[in-house]
Design a protein around this ligand. Structure first.
Ligand code: ADP
Length: 265
């Protein structure tokens, strides 16, 4: 590969150590390079699928001997949906690229409670439509040094998933708590759950447990990677566990920023 340089030095202890460190670093660069390649290849594949559908749908309209208006409109509607899907994927890819490369912008002390309330408001119609009750129990005084939009994205992705991968009559409970020097946001649902063996993989880009269900819900398999990368940028961590007897529980932990206008922690 591109990083195949190895140094074999014999002799002094310091030189040996230097050689070992160099080789270890080279190995890591190679892994990063592989991850990058894999990402580009996965992304291309994800973009190809809707493009192929659009191609097929346009061909069937163009090649039909006769097509009534209703059928043509239906096909055009499908083309529109595939185009929307492409938009969602590219937007998320851009977000991930930005998280990878750009330095974080405009951090301020953000009141996480306000952010979660906005998400709750946004998701209320969806929750009602699928008969899932969305309950929030949010503590005052949970401030985080953050980019407001990024926090919104984290809360939105987790809460939307909790509603999307739920069942009629199910529940989503969101709690926000200050715990010492940390702020913990928990999103717990009574939904379809994630098999134990899939748990370590769900933060990977494009990974879905149930492809059909994700697709039907307009998913891209990128939401949780964005959550993880964004949390990391804010020196936060994300954990996931199965909930008994059913469902899933995600927790995001951030360093706490004591008060409004407080200093960067
Ligand atoms: P998607 O766009 O497919 O929702 P995500 O990255 O947000 O992608 O999530 C990855 C996969 O993890 C989903 O496709 C789904 O299979 C699973 N998943 C995420 N959140 C939940 C949840 N709350 N309950 C059950 N499964 C979930």
């Amino acid at each position: 590969g591109e990083y195949s340089h190895r140094v074999d030095l014999k002799g002094g202890d310091e030189m040996t150590q230097l050689a070992e460190e160099f080789n270890e670093l080279t190995g890591r660069l190679q892994t990063t390079e592989e991850v990058r390649r894999r990402f580009v290849s996965d992304a291309s594949h994800e973009l190809k699928t809707p493009l192929a559908s659009i191609r097929l749908l346009t061909d069937s309209i163009l090649q039909a001997e006769h097509m009534d208006d209703a059928t043509a409109r239906e096909f055009l509607g499908d083309i529109g949906e595939e185009a929307e899907r492409l938009t969602r994927i590219t937007e998320k890819l851009l977000t991930l690229t930005r998280l990878d490369t750009a330095p974080p912008v405009e951090r301020t002390a953000v009141d996480v409670k306000r952010v979660v309330e906005k998400v709750e408001h946004m998701l209320a119609p969806l929750a009602r439509a699928v008969e899932v009750s969305l309950v929030c129990d949010l503590e005052e005084g949970a401030w985080v040094w953050a980019t407001q939009d990024d926090l919104y994205q984290i809360a939105f992705n987790l809460m939307e998933n909790a509603v999307k991968y739920n069942l009629p009559g199910g529940m989503v409970r969101v709690t926000l708590q200050g715990q010492g020097d940390a702020v913990v946001l928990c999103v717990e649902d009574t939904g379809v759950g994630i098999p134990e063996e899939d748990l370590p993989k769900i933060f990977d880009r494009f990974y879905r447990v149930d492809k059909a269900r994700s697709r039907a819900a307009g998913g891209t398999g990128l939401g949780l990677s964005i959550v993880r990368d964004t949390a990391r940028q804010h020196r936060g961590t994300v954990t996931v566990r199965r909930r008994e007897p059913a469902g899933t529980c995600f927790a995001v932990t951030f360093p706490r920023c004591r008060e409004k206008g407080g200093e960067q922690p």
